[in-house]
Design a protein around this ligand. Structure first.
Ligand code: OAD
Length: 257
């Protein structure tokens, strides 16, 4: 049995020496900020039917219900603060910008998130790709024009200023493709990274879940931080089990205790 402290030290060294790391986060990183995850006990999908609030068909059936659901989620995200895990990632990005091996060949750290709560940006991370969209935007269901930011309480039902079509939340629902520009950036970063860190995701929703595997197939070490085993554990070079808010500050610190 390998000592967990040794594993953490080795994983930390990889992250400190990385030239172009990629990070993928999921709902687990925001759990310690009081935002509910999806699939854990008490998670959102236990209390709301995915078909009703997270599909285009559900929105077409009952747009009021869907807007009320996202207004409630915005209220909860607006009072949430980034936690130590979000902040550790923001510091790590700053550190790479300052001490990267050379600014010319040092690709910036890319933070891919499946979260729509905006907490990475609140913590100060700059290179965030919001794979599943954002709670803070709306998009016209007719002409596609985006409106950002939306108010905390979106009036029900909101309409597009350009064409009067019905606005929908600017998030990706089940059965919908990801924004092509965002997934292209994610794939490009994944193909160029030298270490891939996965934090707080059950890693079952594609295509995000396939990204760390794509890196691992190139021989890139994958480091996972989660409360429990996930499909990533099978191929991860390091799996660190525990709360992201406790593990990341140490894992990403320049001077570990
Ligand atoms: P899930 O709810 O599926 O998974 C949350 C993961 O976080 C689980 O693996 C937990 O073990 C882990 N976790 C919980 N608390 C943690 C903590 N404090 N520290 C570390 N890990 C913790 O959420 P996601 O994987 O993000 O998509 O879900 C992916 C996508 O499915 C979401 O973006 C959403 C959802 O349906 C859409 O709505 C399109």
């Amino acid at each position: 049995m390998r000592d967990p402290r040794d594993l953490e030290r080795q994983a930390r060294r990889l992250l400190m020496e990385a030239r172009s790391p990629v990070i993928l986060t999921g709902a687990g990183i925001s759990a310690e900020s009081g935002i509910r995850t999806f699939r854990d006990s008490g998670g959102l999908w236990e209390q709301h039917a995915i078909d009703d609030v997270a599909t285009l068909q559900g929105f077409r059936r009952d747009p009021e219900l869907v807007w009320r659901f996202y207004n409630a989620r915005r209220r909860s995200a607006s009072t949430a603060s980034p936690n130590t895990a979000h902040r550790a990632l923001a510091h790590y990005e700053q550190r790479l910008r300052r001490y990267g091996p050379s600014s010319a060949d040092h690709g910036p750290l890319i933070l891919l998130t499946q979260n729509i709560d905006g907490l990475h940006q609140k913590a100060g991370s700059r290179h965030v790709v919001e794979l599943h969209g954002t709670l803070w935007g709306a998009r016209c269901s007719e002409c596609g024009i985006r409106t950002t930011p939306v108010p905390l309480e979106v009036p029900i039902l909101p309409s597009c200023e350009e064409c009067d079509g019905l606005l929908r939340p600017d998030v990706v629902w089940f059965g919908e493709p990801l924004d092509p520009e965002r997934i292209d950036r994610a794939l490009e970063a994944t193909d160029a990274c030298d270490v891939f860190l996965v934090v707080g995701t059950s890693a079952i929703v594609q295509p995000a879940a396939g990204l760390p595997y794509q890196a691992a197939r190139r021989g890139v070490p994958v480091i996972e931080v989660n409360l429990e085993e996930t499909p990533v554990t099978r191929y991860a070079a390091y799996s660190l089990f525990g709360k992201a808010g406790e593990i990341l500050p140490e894992l990403l610190s320049e001077q570990p205790s």
